[in-house]
Design a protein around this ligand. Structure first.
Ligand SMILES: [Zn+2]
Length: 125
């Protein structure tokens, strides 16, 4: 779903350059899982600062979005392939992302039922 032109103009008045509709849930989930996270944003709607050429319709917009997705996917595949060719570890255990839950659980570990500990082990090991 796209914002209306009025919404985009309002955001622009607030000083925003981009409106991201879906990034926050993923960022929060990655943080809770102590995963590093980077977002790739694909701009598809310039409605309040750049006029669309006359004659474009929703199909043209969908073609642009598909083109952007195809290019971003190709770039992501190349990035992952380059990482796999490299000698760097896939996970940086020293990154602060890996330690962000250190103070999240205040319950005495001895008081946590072993089944619960086992269930959450992936997050707290
Ligand atoms: Zn990180």
């Amino acid at each position: 779903m796209f914002s209306t032109r009025a919404e985009s103009l309002l955001h622009r008045q607030w000083g925003a350059d981009l409106i991201g509709m879906t990034a926050m849930p993923e960022a929060k989930l990655a943080r809770q899982a102590q995963m590093c996270y980077a977002m790739i944003a694909l701009v598809s709607d310039y409605d309040c600062w750049k006029e669309h050429p006359k004659g474009l319709d929703k199909h043209d917009l969908l073609r642009e979005i598909l083109g952007n997705l195809s290019q971003a996917t190709a770039n992501a595949i190349e990035l992952v392939a380059a990482i796999l060719r490299g000698r760097e570890p896939l996970i940086d255990e020293e990154c602060s992302c890996r330690k962000c839950l250190e103070l999240a659980v205040w319950t005495d570990p001895k008081s946590i039922h072993f089944i619960k500990k086992k269930k959450l082990a992936v997050l707290f090991t």
